[in-house]
Ligand binder design. Sequence first.
Ligand SMILES: [Zn+2]
Length: 325
Amino acid sequence: MITLDNNVGGYLVRAFAEGHAVHAYIVEGDKAYIPSLLKQCAVVALCPSHTACGCDACQKVYDDVHQDVICIPRENRARLKVEDIAYLVEESSMRPVDNSIARVFLIDATSSTSGIGSDLWQNKLLKTIEEPTEDTYIFIGVTDADGLLATIRSRCQTLKQTRLNSKVIANELKRRGYDQKTSQIASVMANGSLQMAEKIIADNSIFEAYNTAIDTLENMLSTKVALPYVSRITNNTANVAHCLAFMTVLLGQSLHYRIAPELFELTALKATIDKICANYSIQASRVCIEKINSAKKSLDDGCNLNVVVDNLISGMLEVRYKCRL
Ligand SMILES: [Zn+2]
C-alpha cells in the first residue's frame, strides 16, 4: 500500500473505481509537494486495480522507473517549452510499453504559468486535451489553477491538495515527539500538508535556509554587512525559495503579533519576532513582504539569482531606513 494525499489520491481512486476518470487533470498544491502529488496520480492511473496497492506497477512508478510515466519539462528544466509539449504529443500517440494499461504524462507547470511563452505551451497542449488518445492520462501540476488559460481549465478536472490548519499540524508534530519550535516552523511552512511538514523536518538544508532567514531579519542592519547575507542566501541554491518564503512568514507573523495577536502562531520564536518588530516598522514589514514576493516571481521567471537577491537585500535595507517609526 502506498500512502496517498487523502484528497487528491482518494478522489482519483474513487474516480477510477466508479468509472468516471477523465483524461486530463489539473493538480493544485504546494510547489514543493507537486512532484510527489503528480507521482501519486501516476500510481493510481497505472495500478491495475487503481488502488495504489503496492503491486509491481505501483512500485515502478514510485521508484521512477516505469516506462509509461513521462515527466516534462525534460532535462530537469524548471520551465516548460513548446518542444516539451511536442514531445508529449508524439509520445501520446504510442501504445504503453511497460506491460501496462495506460501512458501517463506528468507536467510540472509550477514555474510555467506566467511570463514569456506561458500561453504558447498551453495552446499547443490544448489540442491533445481536446482529442485525448485512449489510455492516456495527463496531470498538470500547478500552485494556482487560476494561473492557467481558461481554455485549459475548462477541459480538465481540478484536484486540490488537502490543506490542514497549521495549528492542527503543529499539534500532531508535537504529539509525534518533535520539539515545539521545530513543530511550529514546519507547520507554518507546510502549506496545510502534514506530509510536507515531515519532509521539511527531515531535510536539514531546508532548516538551514530558515535559519538564514531568521539571521537576516534579526541581524542584517546596514549595507556594510549586507554582502555576507547575500552570499549565504545564494549559496544554498536549492533552498533559496524556502529562505525567501520563511522571511515573508516571519515578517507576516511580526505584523500579526503587533496588529492581530490572535493570528500569531510562532510563539516558540518570540525572541526573533521581537527583534524583527524592532528592526522593521509595520509599514517596512509590509513593503518588504511585497519585495520578497516579487523577487520570488523573478526567480520563477528565470532571472539571475545573484542579481535578484542582491537587489532584494539592498531594497529591504532601503525600506527599513525609509519607513522608520
Ligand atoms: Zn498497484
